[in-house]
Write a protein that binds this ligand. Structure first.
Ligand code: OSB
Ligand code: MG
Length: 367
């Protein structure tokens, strides 16, 4: 496949409500899309990180530079999706930028065969149960009202963002009010191993899992924490490759894995993590990064693989945006449908993309 053009489109799309986590508050999805034009088809993807390196070390401006100067030159003009990781291996890190590049190329390639990404990855379901990630609120009544709304919409699982000062009490309040719902928490690295006794206070609430309590590079800490609490530990930020997943499993640092394709360099590596986890009997679920429809479509396909046995952070478009860049994804009886069309299975709506685009840059050919 011959790449003829690579464009980067900066987009800024307001969120329906601010999303607060232990690392900051987001009010806008401020990122870029990649559009790859080839001799056979066109492909699209979405960069998953934000303008500031708060969730991970990558951020929009850095990704733009690394794509322009270091990644795109290594894959043009002739490449296949399967070769992208190897061609860009010499460039350290930048997994989310690499994922965006690989995904746009994969989309174009699959479209040229008329194959969906679900079929390509080995998806076995046509719809997947949807969870929703609920940010840190100003008060418990506000939290209860938001959770009530999501449950009324049909979400199959609630994830509460936690941080020191917003953990045991909100979890207790939600558990007491809503009874036996599927409930889990995500700390985004906000705790230290010294907080083990405090975190043990969450054990009584029967949580499905506790996501990423400690620093991303603290595999040993998670392994020690796992010996002191009953709630299963799930890793998100710590797992950036299939090797990381194998290491964390071998060291008993997690009993569940959140698979985010962007964080691990793309869908091909995400599938390897799925395979390793299945081989070890470790349940996985599909994480999210407040994606627009362009990132959500392929995430739903991944979530339809057989090892994805827990509901993912794959919510409906309206949970995030008043207007999405694709046809909106809707929740139906607690499930999200997996797009079945060729490639990533979704089409950016040209007029909408244009309206939300704040700047465009041609990364290839360079003048
Ligand atoms: O840690 O899972 C996370 C959003 C942005 C960055 C990190 C995370 C999240 C979420 C939201 O929890 C998941 C979603 O609904 O997309
Ligand atoms: Mg997380």
């Amino acid at each position: 496949m011959k790449i003829e053009r690579v464009e980067l489109l900066h987009v800024a799309i307001p969120l329906v409500s601010p999303f607060r986590t232990s690392f900051g508050t987001m009010t806008t999805k401020d990122t870029f899309l990649l559009r790859v034009v080839t001799d056979v088809a066109e492909g699209w993807s979405e960069f998953a990180a934000d303008p500031e390196p708060l969730y991970c070390s990558e951020f929009v401006a850095a990704a733009e530079l690394v794509l322009e100067h270091h990644l795109v030159p290594r894959v043009t003009p002739e490449v296949t999706a399967a070769e992208v990781a190897h061609r860009t291996e010499a460039i350290k890190g930048h997994k989310l930028a690499k994922a965006a590049l690989e995904t746009a190329i994969l989309d174009a390639e699959l479209r040229s065969f008329g194959m969906s990404i679900g079929t390509f990855l080995g998806a076995t379901a046509t719809k997947v149960p949807a969870g929703v990630s609920v940010g840190i609120k100003n008060s418990i009544p506000e939290l209860i009202s938001d959770v009530e709304g999501y449950l009324a919409e049909g979400y199959a699982r609630i994830k509460l963002k936690i941080e020191p000062g917003w953990d045991v009490e909100p979890v207790r309040a939600v558990r007491e009010r809503f009874g036996d719902i599927l409930l889990q928490v995500d700390a985004n690295t906000a705790y230290a191993l010294a907080d083990a006794e405090h975190l043990r206070g969450l054990d009584e609430f029967g949580l499905l899992l506790m996501e990423q309590p400690l620093d991303e590079d603290d595999i040993r800490g998670h392994s020690l924490l796992a010996q002191r609490i009953r709630t299963p530990i799930c890793l998100d930020e710590s797992i950036t490759s299939a090797r990381d997943a194998a290491t964390a499993i071998a060291l008993d640092a997690c009993r569940v894995i959140n698979v985010k394709p962007a964080r691990v360099g793309g869908y091909l590596e995400a599938r390897r993590i799925h395979d390793i986890a299945v081989a070890h009997g470790i349940p996985v679920w599909c994480g999210g990064m407040l994606e627009t429809g362009i990132g959500r479509g392929p995430n739903l396909a991944l979530a339809a693989l057989p090892g994805f046995v827990l509901p993912g952070d794959v919510s409906a478009s309206r949970r995030y945006f008043a207007e999405d860049l694709t046809e909106p994804f809707e929740l139906q009886d607690g499930f999200m449908h997996v797009p079945a069309g060729p490639g990533i299975g979704v089409e950016p709506i040209p007029e909408t993309v244009k309206r939300f685009t704040t700047a465009t840059k041609v990364l290839y050919p360079r003048d």
